[in-house]
Design a protein around this ligand. Structure first.
Ligand SMILES: Cc1cc2nc3c(=O)[nH]c(=O)nc-3n(C[C@H](O)[C@H](O)[C@H](O)COP(=O)(O)OP(=O)(O)OC[C@H]3O[C@@H](n4cnc5c(N)ncnc54)[C@H](O)[C@@H]3O)c2cc1C
Length: 398
């Protein structure tokens, strides 16, 4: 097979890139290791920045999203049994959209299939080669047979455990990473949200987050250890722990519960790979960087990467200039490191240190009090949480 841009991975990054390039008249083939059903049911993120929604709207991908989403104009930080609202929209003029990532993936898959261009499910890439030549290739499998995809460029949108990043010689890439001594046990529950907005709770037993996906479905998280055995968490134990960590002095507040639809433990980690390009391979989304989920940034960063990449690829085909493509990594990394810092800071402020260090606990309390009591601190938080505008010049440096 031959195409202009070979895209490995049909997550949000790969599918959106395919759509953006199709609109610009550039041909792509998308390879996805999993089945369509699998990618459309995978429960992950759900908080979309306004910049993400504006882009999806501009390229005709937001019709269902705009009908079915929930709009949030603030969030609550809960500590010592008292909630403190951060009025995000008032402070920044921007709002957040709540819409499940798997719903967005369904919309992106449907849009791709409408174009009639290839989106191959159960077609795992097994490697990329000739990346520093003008004719890079992706080796993949389809119906048990080995196949070859010849391209002008390859977009590695295959997530953290994909094959594109490992195809780059080790001497070229530097990986910066931080593992955290805790993880999240996340559930999706058939229960109405107990609050109109997200609640980030810092508690002496550990962090908890009350989030939602629709007016009937809640998404809730508990801080657990990275090696937590999910079998040790029957539903009743999860609800009891959530009730404890989300409790507040106001006795009127109750946590609504219901059947648990999905349950998983996800590690929290920060990873950045530099550069995000080698020869004609461009890494985007989770294949290049991971943020701890606390700041709800992973999906939004993936969208920001492919917005930059699509513009650079279009410019390269139109003019032959490598200026924007050459600046791709630098442009994206500016945003990636800002978001890494925010996500690390939020994670550090809200999670209980495993050793229960009292010094750390008092620093966290000081940070939370400042966030709750200072408009300047709340504004800085809000600007980061609602997200930077979806732009980034090639002259920005990380
Ligand atoms: C398990 C998990 C849970 C998460 N939960 C949350 C959350 O609760 N809240 C939050 O804010 N963020 C969450 N995130 C982060 C957010 O969902 C990601 O940042 C986002 O999915 C990034 O999109 P992406 O397209 O870059 O990568 P992905 O969505 O990971 O897509 C990569 C795609 O590549 C495919 N692929 C991999 N290898 C190959 C191969 N060899 N050949 C072909 N295809 C391949 C994968 O099957 C996948 O479809 C979670 C991430 C993960 C991994």
């Amino acid at each position: 097979m031959r195409t202009q841009v070979g895209i490995v991975g049909a997550g949000p990054a790969g599918l959106l890139l395919a759509h953006l390039l199709h609109r610009r008249g550039i041909d792509t083939v998308v390879l996805e290791r999993q089945s369509r059903e699998h990618v459309e049911r995978r429960i992950r993120a759900g908080v979309l920045e306004q910049g993400t929604v504006d882009l999806l709207t501009a390229v005709g991908l937001a019709d269902r999203l705009r009908r079915e989403r929930m709009i949030h104009r603030g969030l609550e930080v809960l500590f010592d049994g008292v909630g403190h609202r951060i009025p995000l929209a008032e402070l920044t003029g921007r709002e957040l959209t709540i819409y499940g990532q798997h719903e967005l993936v369904k919309d992106l898959v449907a849009a791709r299939l409408d174009t009639g261009r290839p989106l191959l499910f159960e077609a795992p890439a097994v490697g990329c080669a000739d990346l520093d030549s003008s004719a890079p290739v992706v080796h993949f499998e389809l119906d048990g047979a080995a196949r070859l995809l010849e391209c002008d460029l390859i977009a590695g949108c295959d997530g953290f455990h994909g094959v594109c990043r490992p195809a780059v010689p080790q001497s070229v890439l530097t990986e910066f990473h931080r593992d955290y001594p805790y993880a999240w046990l996340g559930i999706l529950a058939e229960a109405p949200p107990s609050s109109e907005e997200l609640i980030y709770a810092q508690h002496e037993r550990g962090f908890a987050l009350h989030s939602m996906r629709t007016p009937k479905i809640t998404r809730l998280y508990l801080q657990v250890t990275p090696d937590e055995d999910i079998a040790a968490w029957p539903d009743e134990r999860i609800w009891a722990e959530l009730r404890t960590r989300l409790a507040r002095h106001d006795p009127a507040w109750q946590l609504a519960d219901g059947p648990v639809l999905d349950k998983a433990v996800t590690a929290l980690r920060s990873v950045v790979t530099e550069p995000m390009q080698f020869g004609r391979l461009f890494l985007a989304g989770d294949s290049a960087h991971i943020v701890p989920a606390t700041g709800a940034k992973g999906l939004n960063l993936a969208v920001a990467d492919v917005a930059v990449l699509a513009t650079a690829i279009e410019d390269w085909y139109a003019t032959g200039s490598t200026q924007l493509l050459g600046a791709y990594s630098r442009t994206c990394l500016t945003r990636v490191w800002r978001v890494q810092h925010f996500s690390w800071w939020m994670t550090s402020m809200l999670h209980k240190a495993p050793d229960g260090d009292p010094f750390t606990a008092r620093l966290q309390r000081a940070a939370l009090r400042q966030l709750a009591g200072s408009e300047a601190a709340a504004r800085a938080f809000a600007e980061n949480y609602v997200g930077l505008p979806l732009t980034g010049g090639p002259n920005d440096s990380p």
